[in-house]
Design a protein around this ligand. Structure first.
Ligand SMILES: NC(=O)c1ccc[n+]([C@@H]2O[C@H](COP(=O)([O-])OP(=O)(O)OC[C@H]3O[C@@H](n4cnc5c(N)ncnc54)[C@H](O)[C@@H]3O)[C@@H](O)[C@H]2O)c1
Length: 435
């Protein structure tokens, strides 16, 4: 089928490339000329495992352009995958989605289905459909709007798309549902056809449930530290209960990324807007805000302040497997360290280029974990990269000025750390070699 995709971020580009891999003719549109240039050269502008390879393999089915008119005019299906960032008041900023809707209304020359993949508040699909039908230049064509929320995770986005847990299709009429079934014909995964508002709600309710699970386990972890239980033993014991499961039970210094923070706030905003409190989600947001500062608070046990201290920061992306820094805990912790007068050295396998754009000076960017920790007075682990998990613990002891490691992601087994002289403080577990 002839498909256009608006937005080539983590969602749009992965969607476009995966659809091309199933034989569709896909044109990906972005307003960012630089991104389009990179993609035209056959490269991916974002780091996502397997994406570049798939792009190259299916290049004959893929076109990249900034020319939306050309892309939308004759498309049978147009996916919208542009950003819906958080506004000051917590609500979702829909201006990018409406901008694409306007462009579609002005250009479309054949019957088509506009598919909203961006995460949008409940009722937005209805508004987009009315907006397009009101503004459409060619009144002879029929434009339908369908909701098709995206559930991929950054770092496993290609796999999550090709082997999706489910494809949710929200429609008000039969025709757009049939078109989307055809689009996803070759995806052998569960498909669920629901009303548009339900589809929109499935997305928020799913993300917010996961955020809630994380905040819940982080609170349990904080209590474990106080009462002398070990969060890893606790979650192992909990996870065997099939009603709970082991996933998303890893205690840490809070969630980040482009989805959970904004989607919890957006649902909270939507509830308030409708005079309906959603207290569980509000609690998840508050817990997460506090959890981000857990390592800085722990550091105060070892030093009064960070003035002139060499602080090694391992990991700056919001999670492993991505170069994305959006809402990463590093973005609130590193400024505090700098403000306090620390010499900050950062190591991250893929995130440093993006971090450098925000902090070009003042920080020493390191090519290896060894370089970051050499002569360090303290080390903070913010992201659980495999390289960090597999790092030889004895090197902390050997290279650091004082081997104090504060691990916000529980990368190491306590039994292993006990074999060293490292002072190791993690989340929800006792401190090894306390000072
Ligand atoms: N990132 C995720 O893991 C994820 C997962 C599920 C759902 N979502 C949702 O999907 C949406 C997109 O997220 P993302 O992370 O891919 O965003 P992103 O910021 O990575 O990408 C958005 C892209 O849209 C482009 N754009 C903006 N206006 C445009 C226009 N008028 N025409 C064409 N392109 C335009 C931008 O230049 C950018 O490249 C959001 O609503 C998000 O909540 C994201």
């Amino acid at each position: 089928m002839k498909i256009a995709v608006a937005g080539t971020g983590y969602v749009g580009l992965v969607t476009g490339v995966c659809l091309a891999s199933k034989g569709h003719e896909v044109t990906c549109v972005d307003v960012d000329e630089n991104k389009v240039k990179i993609m035209k050269n056959g490269d991916s502008p974002i780091y996502e495992p397997g994406l570049s390879e798939l792009m190259k393999e299916h290049k004959n089915n893929l076109v990249f352009t900034t020319d939306y008119e050309e892309a939308y005019r004759e498309a049978e299906v147009i996916f919208i995958g542009v950003g819906t960032p958080e506004k000051q008041d917590g609500s979702a900023n829909l201006s990018y989605v409406f901008e694409v809707a306007k462009q579609i209304a002005q250009t479309v020359q054949r019957d088509c289905v506009v598919v909203i993949k961006s995460t949008v508040p409940i009722g937005t699909n209805d508004k987009i459909e009315s907006y397009i039908r009101d503004k459409q230049k060619n009144k002879d064509v029929c434009i339908y709007v369908a909701s098709n929320p995206e559930f991929l995770s950054q770092g496993t986005a290609v796999k999550d798309t090709l082997c999706a847990s489910r494809i949710v299709i929200g429609v008000e009429e039969v025709f757009p549902g049939e078109v989307l079934k055809k689009v996803y014909e070759k995806f052998d995964v569960p498909k669920l056809i629901v009303k548009r508002r339900s589809a929109e709600m499935i997305k928020y309710a799913s993300n917010d449930f996961l955020a809630l699970k994380i905040s819940y386990i982080n609170e349990i972890a904080n209590l474990c530290e106080i009462v002398g239980a070990n969060i890893e033993e606790v979650t192992e014991g909990m996870g065997y209960d099939a009603r709970i499961g082991h996933r998303f039970l890893n205690a840490g210094i809070g969630y980040g990324g482009s989805c959970f923070p904004k989607d919890t706030k957006a649902l909270n905003w939507l509830a308030n807007f409708n005079d309906n409190e959603i207290r569980t989600i509000r609690a998840a947001i508050e817990v997460n805000e506090n959890q981000k500062f857990k390592l800085i608070k722990k550091a105060k046990k070892y030093y009064d302040d960070f003035l002139f201290l060499n602080v090694a920061v391992l990991g700056c992306t919001f999670k492993p497997g991505t170069d994305d820094l959006r809402e990463a805990v590093s973005l609130v912790n590193v400024p505090l360290l700098l403000e306090d007068g620390a010499n900050v050295r950062i190591w991250d396998p893929v995130g440093m280029e993006n971090f450098k754009k925000k902090y070009p000076n003042k920080i020493q960017y390191c090519n290896s974990i060894e370089e970051a920790i050499t002569d360090a007075d303290i080390c903070l682990i913010l992201t659980e990269w495999e390289e960090i998990k597999n790092f030889d613990l004895r090197k902390y002891e050997k290279l650091m000025k004082k081997p104090i490691v504060l691990d916000g992601r529980n990368c190491y087994q306590l039994e292993e750390v006990k074999k060293t002289n490292i002072t190791y403080d993690s989340i929800g577990r006792y401190t090894v070699n306390p000072q």
